[in-house]
Design a protein around this ligand. Structure first.
Ligand code: AMP
Length: 195
């Protein structure tokens, strides 16, 4: 089982690269943002609660997203592995994920961190907002989301650095170019795991 965290600020390209990775490795894609948007679309109580935070560019409470991830792990016991996209976003989520994966017997192999400078992120997200229909792809909310990332999410990188699993890559370039850097980082991590 191969468990990978694809890490990076909003607009780094995690969703695009996750799609390519699931084809390459046959992994299961777990995006907490996508799961939350499905809950909103289905008008569930969880979705209605989460929407208030998402529309403000704030993180949804840890207990909500941890519960969703736990359900997905339990529902897919025979998966070849998971790509975690947009999760964990706080150190508390990272600790909970580590505990869940220990229970399942397959800890995180690597956190691949896509590095993209802020002005580029804002430009990408404003551009995406023209077609995404996402209510949080507006300049004001984008800035709030990046602030949340800096305050609460960036420390998650240090958590995995401490476990020698942190693997930063340059997130600027053609999609294929960035993809090849991610593949290289994952292959290095795999050889460490099997070494
Ligand atoms: P994303 O699609 O990953 O950009 O997430 C969109 C929004 O969903 C974020 O701005 C948060 O409000 C919420 N969200 C997604 N994943 C998480 C998470 N792991 N923890 C807390 N909030 C999350």
């Amino acid at each position: 089982m191969l468990n990978i965290i694809l890490f990076g600020p909003p607009g780094a390209g995690k969703g695009t690269q996750s799609e390519k990775l699931i084809h390459q490795y046959g992994l299961h894609h777990l995006s907490t943002g996508d799961l939350l948007r499905s809950e909103i679309a289905a008008n569930t109580p969880l979705g209605l609660e989460a929407k208030k935070f998402m529309d403000e560019g704030q993180l949804v409470p840890d207990s909500v997203v941890i519960g969703m991830i736990e359900n997905k792990l339990d529902a897919n016991p025979n998966a070849a592995g998971f790509i975690f996209d947009g999760f964990p976003r706080t150190v508390a989520q990272a600790i909970a994920l580590d505990e869940l994966l220990i229970k399942h017997g397959h800890p995180i192999a690597a956190m691949v961190a896509m590095e993209v400078p802020h002005p580029e992120l804002v430009a990408r997200l404003i551009n995406r907002g023209l077609t995404s229909g996402r209510s949080d792809d507006t300049e004001e909310v984008i800035n709030k989301r990046i602030q949340e990332y800096e305050n609460k999410t960036r420390p998650v990188a240090h958590h995995y650095e401490g476990q020698h699993k942190y693997s930063p890559i340059n997130g600027i370039g053609e999609i294929e170019e960035v993809f090849n850097r991610i593949i290289e980082a994952i292959n290095n991590a795999k050889s460490n795991v099997t070494a």
